[in-house]
Every structure is written in structure tokens, then in C-alpha cells.
Design a protein. Sequence first.
Length: 586
Amino acid sequence: MSSEEQDNAEKQASIVSSGHSQSVESHILSEAQDKGEHLYSVTTTTSDVASLAASPLKKFYFWQYNGPSGVDLDAIATQPSVFDDPVKAKYYQPRADYENLHRFDPSARWTWREEIAVLRKIDRRIMLFTCIMFIALQLDRGNLSQALADNLLNDLRLSTNDYNNGDTIFTVCFLLSELPSQLVSKKLGPDRWVPMQMCIWSVVAFSQFWLKGRSTFFATRALLGIFEGGFIADITLYLSYFYTGSELPVRLGYFWASLTAASIMASFMGFGLLHMRGVEGIAGWRWLFLIEGLLTFIAGLFAFGLMPPSPTKTASRFRGRKGWFTPREETIMVNRVLRDDPSKGDMHNRQPVNWQNLWYSLSDYDVWPIYIIGITFGLSAAPVGRYLTLTLRSLGFSSFQSTIMGLPSSVAGVINMLLFTYLSQRYNQRAIMGFLAQVWIFPTLIALESFGVHTNRWSKYATTIVLLSHPSTHAVHVAWTSQNSNSVRTRTVASALYNISVQISGIIGNYIYRADDQPLYKRGNKVLIGLCCMNMVIYLLVKVYYVMRNRHRDKIWNAMTQQEKEHYMNTTTDRGNKRLEFRFVH
């Protein structure tokens, strides 16, 4: 039996084994030979719809390894989608060169037990290594603040303002490279571009061992920004190939939790590496840059072998001749993602975004509210975190104490971030979770602004740690952007633009705490209080915007007859989130 015949037999077996009577007439519409793949189309009847999941998608969490309690794991998990409607299905067929087309089968059915097992396997094979890569990024991106504790500024004869300017140079370069990096990633594929990025920036990172002064400091800041820019957006696009819209926020929560894990690791590594000051007559911060940069280079080399291009392309010399997933698992992976978001079949994974589509994505005003949030939401707390090491030093703590004393906020921050991400998923709320995160920050800013020179240093420390323990909603925003884009083209650009907005926030945040305002930063804290209040209003306004947009579409769509809806589907030039049947999440 050929591999194709075996795949078809497995598809039919999956239907029979579901235990549900089905009337499915599967036939091949065309055998368009595109890389040896066949396009399947399915004619469905009412009985097919009855064989779908009897209830909406079940939500389960990492501690429920075998799924939520009380759920029949052998019940059908396949969710209803446009592919079950003969009228709609023809408008959402994946394109002929879609890389997973040979596993696309709308008649496929699977159980919760199978879906959960596949999801856990994706977590182990895909998600875990993306977290490791993010840790590598953060080691090279965040170790500058640790180097400050080892007198880097004095050794290089730099001022605080030089440090601010260097950070601005990094952020501007990071910002400017976001969109180009995302476009290159879409052309080459994230599986190729991300490892190349990592290896290049790691060379720059460990080259900081030889820093001489202001010019070399600024140069390395610029190069790191150029080559690290786009990494997060590239990874978000990559993960969307494997996860559904409801699963992506939680996985991005894991992704951002790895950033905190990196901060914890970096604190301990920094504590040890900075103690190398004097070894071979060299400063500890130089050893820090060298060793952590080399670790990232090693991770980049592994990335070439551990990032498959798609769910059905995992076979290789490095990953094994048979790949990571069986044909049955590939069928489940592909169809569950396309059922959740049919737009993911609109482009293949190495197809570039042309200028026309780029402009269309840039001008998509319905995603702009999330970009506004990206610019503002972090401003109310970021300056406090950025100056934590210097603040602790000004309170009389030693450089090594300052390195370790940020750990409590890192641990609490990741716990709260994951909690808010789960709550966002469970209650299907995004703007409200962002609003509540700002509510957390507000009273701590009031307290910091009220402190004076003679306030007990432990009170200042405790308040700062509570503030920095606030739940970040960044992962929620990234997934929010992806879901409201509703097309691979727009999603590619939107992910980059959202991250650009976050980098703009970083530039603004660099100049809230100034040298003439230290050590209490009274003026800066007043600004942060105002920004926090502004953020609360912005979150509420964004929610109102999307609610009103959905109501407007409901009014138009519900007033149309079935014939008018079919005519719209046949003739519309609307794309992505501009289609009348699409509803925004908020």
C-alpha cells in the first residue's frame, strides 16, 4: 500500500472509529500536482454536523495533563466550522500550494483523547524549544542592566545619559528592523530566518567583551537591535502554524514566562559571572557578555535542526527520517487549526507579502486600537523596572545584593501573568484583563510618589517589588492582534507593527526617569500615575470600539436573507477582518 493510500485509509478509519453514523462523500476534486500533494474536498450532509463535538471547545490547563475532569475523552472533539457548510466551504478551501494540503480533510474526526495527546506533543516538541530560544534572547538583551552593577559605566567612562542614549539606539534599531525581519521571515520561513538571527546577534553579543568606550557601546547596541528585532513577531507567526486562536494566548503566556525564567537564571548567572572580576585582569561584566553570548550561539545552531517548517514537514536528518508526528497526528494538527481559522490556508509558509498586501495590512484600522495599547500599557511600570538595579544601589544595597533582590518580582510577575492569561482565556476577555493590570499598578505608584528621603529603605523595596509583580498582559495582546487580523497576510504585518508599538513605548519610557530627578524620581512618578489612569481609559474605549463594530456587523448580517448572504460570499472583495461574517474579539 502506498503512503497516500495509507493516509486515505487512516482518514476513513478515523470516521468509522468515532462511533457515529456519518454520510460523508469524500472525493478528490483535482489532483493538482503541486509538490506531490492532492487537494481534497468534501460533500457533507446534516448527519455530518451531528457527528461533530457535542459541546463547545473544552478549556483545559497545564495541570490537567489528561484533560479536564468530567469530560468523556473518547467523545468527538472535532469542532464545527465553515467546512461543514457546503455553501461556505468552497470559499475557504486552502490554496493549491498550501504546505499541509495533503493532510487537509474536512471529513476527519478525532476524539478529545487524541487531541489532548497531540497538543501535549506539540508543547514538548515545539513550544519548549521556542521558550529556550526566548531565554537566549533575553540573556543577551537584558544582561546590560546586570553589567551596570559591576561598574560598566565607570569602566567605559559613560554617564547615565549615555546609558539612556545607548538604550534608545537599541530600541530604535529594534523597532526599525521589526517589519523587515517579519517580511524576510515570511519569505524564507521562520524555521530558517530565526536560527540565522540568533547566530548573528550572538556574535555581536559576545563581542561586547572587547568594548572600549562610548562609540563601541553605541555600535553594539545598534547591531543587537537590528538583528534581535522581529524575533518575537517571527515566533508568534511560527506558533500560529501549530496552535488554535484560543490556545495561542496561553502558549504565549508560557513564552513570556520563559522571559522571567531567563531573568531568574540571569540573576544567578550574573551573580557568579560578575564575581569573575579580576580573573585575567578582566572586569566581570566582560566575562558576562562573552559567556552568555556563546550560550546563545549554541542555541542558534540547535535551532537550525529543532525548528520544523510546518506540522507536516518534521522529517529531517536531525529530527529523524519519520519526523515527529504520525500521519494521523498530522491530520489532527492541520484540520483543527484550519477549522479554527480557515484563513491560515490562504498562504504557504514561504510566500512573501507583496507591496499591495503590505499596504492593505498597514492600513487595517481595525487593528490600530491594539497598537495604541502597545504604545501605552507598559509605560506605567517599565521605568521602575528598568532602574531597579540603580534604585537598589541608591538605597544602600551592594551590587551583588541588587542583582538577587529583583528575583521576587520576577517570580511573582510570571505567576500573575500566567494567571491573567488563563483568566483571559477562560472568560474570553482581553481589554478587561489589561484594565485590571493597571488597577494593580496604580496604588503602588501613589505610594512611591509619597515616599521621602527618610522613608525606610525596606518599605521602598517592598513597594517596588509589589509594583513590578503586576500581571503583564503582553502575551494576551500578541494573541489578540493575531486573532483580530484574521488573515496570514495581515497577521504577518500586524505582529510586527504591534511589537513596533511596544518598542516606541520603550523609547518614551527611557526619558520618564531623568538624572536631575533621582534618587526619588518624584516628577517621574507623577507622570507614571497619569499614564496609568490614561491606560485604564484606553482599555475601556478599545473594548467599546470592538463591541460597537460587532454590533454594527450583526445588524447588517442578520438583516440579510440567505440568498443575499450567499450572493455576498460569491461576490465580495472584502478580505480578512473586513468580511461581514467576521467578529472581533475583545
